[in-house]
Design a protein. Sequence first.
Length: 320
Amino acid sequence: MTCTSFEIAGDHKEERRPMQLRASGGSGLYMSSIGVSLEGQFGYDQAFQKMHNLLATAVQNGVTHFDLSPHYGPPYGAAEENFGQLARTLPCHREELVVSTRSGLGTQPGPLVGFGSRKRLLSSLNATLRRTGLEYVDVFYAHRHDPLTPIEETASALDAAVRQGKALYAGLSGYSPAIASKVSDLLRDLGTPVAAYRVTYSMLNRWPEYGLLPLLEQEGFGCVVEGALDFKRSSSTHLSEAELGRFWGCLSNVAAHRGQSSTQCALSWVLRRPVVTSALTTPSSSRELLKYCAAAGQTRFTDSDISAIDRCIPDQEFLR
C-alpha cells in the first residue's frame, strides 16, 4: 500500500489533500511538510501499540518524514530499534518514507573529541543501520561543527556514506552559516551536495532569518525545522513567565481568527516560508498528530496576520 493523502507543492488541482510534499532545496528529494521526530516518544518506556498507532496514523495521512537520532530513547538507541520493528508493519512502502538520522555532538556516547571525524560519523551510521535493520537512511546529518576535526574530513565522511549507499543524501545540522557554506563547497566539489539543513526556528527564535535562511536559499539547501512549537516554557526562551503568558494568550486570539489552535498557527507560520521543506513535530498521540497535519494545509498568511503575530511578541531586536 502506498502512503496516502498528499499533494505535490505547486500542484493546483481543485481537490486539495491535507499533506503536501516539498522539494528539499535543489535536490530531487521530497519530504512531507509535517515530519515526526521520534525523540522522547519511542523509548522502551512507551507502549508498543501506541507507537504503532502513531506511525500508522502518520503514513495514512501523508506523513513520510521520520527523524531519528542515536540518543533518542530512553535508553540510548531505543527509538531506532523500535522504529525498525514498526517500519516493517506500516501500511507504506519503505521507498516512500524519508528517514533521517544524525551523528555529532551529543548524539552518541564516548569522548567529545573527534565527534565530527570520519570514524565517529561512519561508525554511528553503521550502528543506526544495525539497530533499525534498514539498508539505508535517506538523509544523514553531520550535527555541529567539530573544531578539532578538519571540515575536509567531515565532508569526506558524508560523501563516503552516500557513495557506499548507506545514506542517500548528505545534510548538516547546527552549523554556523560561515562553516556551512565552506562544507557545502567541499561537498559540491566531491559530487555530493548538501540536500538538507536542520535548524531550530520558531516565532520566538527568529535569528535564522538574519543570515542562515538566506544562505539556505542561496546554496539550495532544504530547510528542516525543529523546535517550531518549543516556546511554551520560559526555559526554552529568553522571556519571563509573564511575558510568555501574554504572548501565548495573544497568539491564541490571532490563531482563533484564522480558525486554528495556537500550535497549528505556529506550525503554519514556519511552513509559510518556501525555503522550509518540513517541520518536525513530537506528537504525544495520534489525535495530536492529526491536528499538526491539518496545519500543513493552511500556510497562507495575510499581511495583517503577520503584523498581528509580530505585535504578540515582546519588543525584540529581530523585529526592529
